[in-house]
Ligand binder design. Structure first.
Ligand code: B3K
Ligand code: ZN
Length: 865
C-alpha cells in the first residue's frame, strides 16, 4: 500500500450533492441500490473514479441507460467510469455480506443487529461512492427488512415514510436535510429497548431524545440520557450552539471498535459508554459516559456542521472536540483532578507516541491506513493545542474565534488553517509561529535556570527550548510555548509578578525563540517558581528544584496540577536514583512530605488521592531513552516498601473514616472512594494480612461496583489470599454480562503472578471471552501487554510471544484492533537487551505474515525501519 500525502491534496473532480439509498437487509446478502446525482467540477475530461471495496457489482446505469462494459473498469478498490457528461445520474446496485464482516467497518452485525461504522473510509464497503470528507450530499435512505425481526430501522435525519411492501417486508425511509460527507452516514436495524426523553433548546424547539439499548438494559440507560441533556445545555451556554434536528438518537451496541461515532442525528455507541448503574459500573465508567456522550454531541457542530476537508485535518474536529468535552467534564464535576488525569494521558501515552516509530504531528503529513491515525496525538495533543490557543486568547477571545469560525464555515469542509485563521482574525492575534504545533511532531523540551540578585531584588529566569528529532522529521524549529507562571515564597505564599516583559492574562509568558530571559523586580527573597501551571503546554519542562521546593509546591501551590506534578517529580527522582543504584533509600523528609499530605485536612480528597500515588510505569518510561525494565520495576517496589510503613497508620484511620459514607454519585463521594482506594493500596503494601481482611469485607459489604472493584483490584495487585475466591465469586455473579466481565478479564491480564501464563490459557477458554469482540479482546490483551510489566517483559520472551500470537489471530479478524493492541511491542527501542531483541524478533515474525493487513503493515513496518 502506498502512502498518501497531505501535500498531494486535490479538490475532487466530481461532486455528489444528492444520494438516494435503498438497503434491503439480509445477513449474508444485503442489496444496496444507490442513485447519485453527480456533477463535474471545473473543466477537465477525467473519468469518474468511485471508491468501493468488497462489493459485488450487480448493475450500473447512467441516466437510466445500462453502462456498456467497455465504459467502466473495476479494481479491488475502485470503479472507474469514462466518457461521461458534466451532469449525470448514476444508478448502482451492489450486494454485500454483513455476516462475514468481522472488521466492524462498513455494514456489519452486532449480536444480530445491523449497524454501520463509516469513519474513516468504511462507506466504500457499503456502496461505490466518492468516499472523501469534502464531498457533501443530502442523503435519503430507505431501509427494507422484516419488521418482526427489526422493529427499529434507523438512519440519519427524520423518518419521512413507513410502508408495508407486497412481499410482507417493511420499508422505512429517512431523510437528512443537512448535506454531509458519507463518513457520517449510519444505519441501525434491530430490536431494542427504548428510553425516551426530550430537550427544549434555547430558542424553544423541542427535540426528541431516544436511547436504544439491548433488551433488558433500560435500568442502565439513565446516566447517558442525563449526560446528553447536560451536554446540550452546556453547548448552548458556553458556545451559543443549539441542536439542529428534531430528533437525536443514540444506539448502544456490543461490537464496536472505538468509543462511539457521531453520525448525524444517529450516534452509534460502544455499549461501554452508555450502560451503567451503580451496581455494574464504576465511578470511572460514569465519567467515561459523560465525556463520550458529550464528545459525540459536541461533534454536531465541531465535525458535522463544519467538517474536515481531508483526513489529514482530523484534529480539526477531534482535537477541538476533545478540548470541548474536557471543559464540559471540568464544569460538571468542578474539580481540578480532571486536568491531572488528562495530563497523565499525555505524559504516559502521547509522549511515548512522539518518541516512537509512529511519531506524527497533530496534522499528519503522510498516511497509509487512516484508521491508524485516530491517535492520542491527533486527539489529546490536538486538544492541548486548542487549549493553548484558549490560554493565549482568553475565554472571551476564544469564543469570538469560535463564532467567526462558524460564521465563515458552517456547511463547509475545511482545514486546520481555516480554524487558526478564524482565531487570529477575531482577535487580531498573530498565530503564524504558533502553527508549528500543526507541523512538527515531538515533545518540546524546555529547560529553565534562574538567578536571584539580593541587592537589586531581581529574579531572572533563563529559558531555552529544543525539540528532539522524531522518526518522521529530523529538523525542528522553536515553537510558541505558553508558560503559566507563579512565584512562591518559602511558605508557599504566592508573590506578585512584576516584570517589564509582556505577560498575557493569568501570568502567561510566551516562549517563542530558542532562548529567552525574563526578569522580575521587587522580589524580596529567592522564590520558588511554578513554570507550567495547569500544564499550559504539552512539553517536558526541567528546572533543578531542591527537594524542599518540591515539597513546598506540593503542599501549598494554588494550582492543583502543579502540586501533583511537584510530588511526582520528587518521587521519580528517587525511583530513578534507586533504579540506577545511586542511592538505596528515600530520604526521610520525602517520606515525611507524603505523610504530611495524607494528614493535611485542607487538601480535598480527590487531589489527595492523586498526591499519594506513585508515578506510573508508563510515565516513567517516557522520562528516559533506554530502560532496564526489571530494574525500574524493582525500584518501584523498593520505594513502595520504604514509604508504606510511614503511611500505614494514617491510611488505616483515613480508610475507616472514609468507609462511613453512603454511596452516591456526587463529586464528593467519588473523591472519597478514590482516596479510600489509595489508602487501601498503601495498607496492602504495609500489611498484607490486614489488607486481605479489608478487601474481603469491602467486597462483601459494598453495594456498588466501584468499591467492589477496588477490593478486587488490590487483592489482585498484591496477590492477597482472598484473591482467588473473590475472582470466582465475581465470575459467578457476572459471567453473563460481557461489559462487567471486561473488568475481570482486565484483572486476569495484569495478574502479577508466576502462574499468569497458565491462567491466561484458562481465561481465553472461557465462554464469555471472544476475540471477535473488541471490548473483550482489549480487556484481556491490553491488561496483559500494557499493564502486566513483569510478565509481558518476562526474561524468556514468553510475554512477547503471547501477544504476538493474539495479534496474528486478530490480523484476519479485525485489523483495526490488531493495530492498536500491538502498540507495546512497537516500543522495543526503549528497552535494553535482551528485551529489545526479543521484541524486535516478534515484530519481524509478524511482518512476514501472509495477508498482513494494511493497518499492521504500516505500524510494524515503521517500527522496524
Ligand atoms: N469519530 C469517531 C472515530 C471513528 C474511528 C474510525 N476508525 C469517534 C470520535 O472521535 O468521536
Ligand atoms: Zn471525536
Amino acid at each position: 500500500a502506498k502512502a498518501k500525502l497531505l501535500s498531494d491534496y486535490q479538490a475532487p473532480d466530481f461532486t455528489i450533492d444528492q444520494i438516494e439509498l435503498t438497503i434491503e437487509l439480509d445477513a449474508e446478502n444485503t442489496k444496496v441500490t444507490s442513485t447519485l446525482r453527480v456533477q463535474r467540477q471545473g473543466k477537465h475530461d477525467r473519468p469518474l473514479i468511485l471508491d468501493g471495496e468488497q462489493l459485488q457489482l450487480q448493475s450500473l446505469h447512467i441516466d437510466g441507460q445500462a453502462v456498456p462494459q467497455q465504459q467502466y473498469h473495476q479494481t479491488d478498490s475502485t470503479l472507474t467510469i469514462s466518457d461521461i457528461g458534466d451532469e449525470l445520474t448514476v444508478d448502482i446496485v451492489v450486494t454485500i455480506n454483513p455476516a462475514a464482516n468481522t472488521s466492524l467497518e462498513g455494514l456489519y452485525l452486532s449480536d444480530g443487529a445491523f449497524c454501520t461504522q463509516c469513519e474513516a473510509e468504511g462507506f466504500r464497503k457499503i456502496t461505490y461512492y466518492l468516499d472523501r470528507p469534502d464531498v457533501l450530499a443530502r442523503f435519503t435512505t430507505k431501509i427494507i427488512g422484516d419488521v418482526e425481526q427489526f422493529p427499529f430501522m434507523l438512519s440519519n435525519g427524520n423518518q419521512i415514510a413507513k410502508q408495508q411492501l407486497a412481499d410482507g417486508r417493511t420499508a422505512v425511509t429517512w431523510q437528512d436535510p443537512f448535506p454531509k460527507p458519507c463518513y457520517l452516514f449510519a444505519l441501525v436495524a434491530g430490536d431494542f429497548d427504548l428510553l425516551e426523553d426530550s430537550f427544549t433548546t434555547m430558542s424553544g424547539r423541542d427535540v426528541c431524545l431516544q436511547l436504544f439499548v439491548d433488551k433488558g438494559n433500560l435500568d442502565r440507560a439513565d446516566y447517558a440520557m442525563e449526560s446528553l441533556k447536560n451536554s446540550m445545555a452546556w453547548d448552548e451556554k458556553v458556545y451559543g450552539l443549539e441542536y439542529d434536528l428534531d430528533i437525536y438518537m443514540v444506539v448502544a451496541v456490543d461490537f464496536f471498535n472505538m468509543g462511539a461515532m457521531e453520525n448525524k442525528g444517529l450516534n452509534v455507541f460502544n455499549s461501554k459508554y452508555v450502560l451503567a448503574n451503580p451496581s455494574s459500573a464504576t465511578d470511572q465508567d460514569f465519567n467515561g459516559i459523560e465525556s463520550v456522550i458529550g464528545h459525540e454531541y459536541f461533534h454536531n457542530w465541531t465535525g458535522n456542521r463544519v467538517t474536515c476537508r481531508d483526513w489529514f485535518q482530523l484534529s480539526l474536529k477531534e482535537g477541538l472536540t476533545v478540548f470541548r468535552d474536557q471543559c464540559f467534564s471540568e464544569d460538571m464535576t468542578g474539580s481540578a483532578v480532571n486536568r491531572i488525569d488528562d495530563v497523565a494521558i499525555i505524559r504516559s501515552h502521547q509522549f511515548a507516541e512522539d518518541a516512537g516509530p509512529m511519531a506524527h504531528p497533530i496534522r499528519p503529513q503522510s498516511v497509509i491506513e487512516m484508521n491508524n491515525f485516530y491517535t492520542v496525538t491527533v486527539y489529546n495533543k490536538g486538544a492541548e493545542v486548542i487549549r493553548m490557543m484558549h490560554t493565549l486568547l482568553g475565554a472571551d477571545g476564544f469564543r469570538r474565534g469560535m463564532d467567526l469560525y462558524f460564521e465563515r464555515h458552517d456547511g463547509q469542509a475545511v482545514t486546520c488553517d481555516d480554524f487558526v485563521a478564524a482565531m487570529e482574525d477575531a482577535n487580531s492575534f498573530d498565530l503564524s509561529h504558533f502553527k508549528t504545533w500543526y507541523q512538527q511532531a515531538g515533545t518540546p523540551e524546555v529547560t529553565v535556570t534562574d538567578h536571584y540578585d539580593a541587592d537589586s531584588q531581581t529574579y531572572t529566569l533563563e529559558f531555552s527550548q529544543q525539540t528532539p528529532a522524531t522518526a518522521d522529521q529530523a529538523d525542528k524549529k522553536a515553537t510558541h510555548v505558553p508558560l503559566r507562571l507563579g512565584l512562591y515564597d518559602s511558605d508557599g505564599a504566592a508573590l506578585p509578578l512584576n516584570t517589564d516583559s509582556p505577560l498575557t492574562d493569568g501570568n502567561v509568558y510566551s516562549l517563542i525563540t530558542d532562548t529567552d530571559t525574563l526578569v522580575f523586580n521587587g522580589v524580596a527573597s529567592h522564590p520558588t517558581p511554578a513554570l507550567l501551571k495547569g500544564f499550559s503546554a504539552p512539553i517536558k519542562l526541567s528546572y533543578d528544584y531542591s527537594d524542599e521546593q518540591l515539597l513546598t509546591l506540593s503542599q501549598h501551590c494554588d494550582d492543583g496540577f502543579t502540586r501533583w506534578d511537584a510530588m511526582q517529580t520528587l518521587l521519580a527522582r528517587y525511583i530513578w536514583g534507586i533504579a540506577d543504584g545511586v542511592i538505596n533509600e528515600v530520604p526521610t523528609q520525602v517520606i515525611a512530605g507524603l505523610v504530611a499530605i495524607s494528614q493535611n485536612q485542607h487538601i480535598d480528597d480527590a487531589l489527595k488521592a492523586r498526591l499519594l500515588q506513585l508515578p506510573t510505569v508508563n510515565g516513567l518510561l517516557n522520562q528516559r531513552e533506554q530502560i532496564d525494565i526489571h530494574a525500574l520495576l524493582d525500584a518501584l517496589e523498593t520505594i513502595r516498601q520504604q514509604v508504606a510503613p510511614a503511611l500505614h497508620q494514617t491510611c488505616t484511620s483515613l480508610y475507616s473514616e472514609l468507609q462511613q459514607s453512603q454511596y452516591s454519585l456526587d463529586a464528593a463521594s467519588i473523591a472519597k472512594r478514590s482516596l479510600s482506594a489509595s489508602c487501601l493500596s498503601w495498607i496492602a503494601e504495609a500489611n498484607g494480612q490486614q489488607a486481605d481482611q479489608l478487601c474481603q469485607s469491602l467486597y462483601d459489604s459494598s453495594d456498588n461496583m466501584t468499591e467492589q472493584l477496588n477490593a478486587l483490584t488490590i487483592a489482585n495487585r498484591f496477590d492477597l489470599p482472598c484473591r482467588s475466591s473473590l475472582m470466582d465469586q465475581f465470575e459467578q455473579r457476572w459471567q453473563d454480562d460481557g461489559l462487567v466481565m471486561d473488568k475481570w478479564l482486565n484483572l486476569q491480564g495484569c495478574w502479577n503472578s508466576e502462574q499468569c501464563f497458565d491462567n491466561l490459557k484458562t481465561v481465553e477458554a472461557k465462554p464469555f471471552f471472544k476475540l471477535t469482540n473488541p471490548n473483550r479482546a482489549r480487556s484481556l490483551i491490553a491488561g496483559f501487554a500494557a499493564m502486566n510489566y513483569r510478565y509481558f517483559h518476562a526474561e524468556d520472551g514468553s510475554g512477547y510471544q503471547w501477544l504476538s500470537q493474539k495479534i496474528q489471530n486478530l490480523n484476519s479478524i479485525n485489523p483495526q484492533i490488531a493495530a492498536r493492541l500491538i502498540n507495546p511491542l512497537t516500543q522495543w527501542r526503549k528497552f535494553t537487551a535482551p528485551q529489545s531483541i526479543q521484541m524486535k524478533a516478534c515484530l519481524e515474525q509478524i511482518y512476514q505474515l501472509k495477508d498482513l493487513s494494511k493497518d499492521l503493515h504500516e505500524i510494524v513496518g515503521k517500527s522496524l525501519e
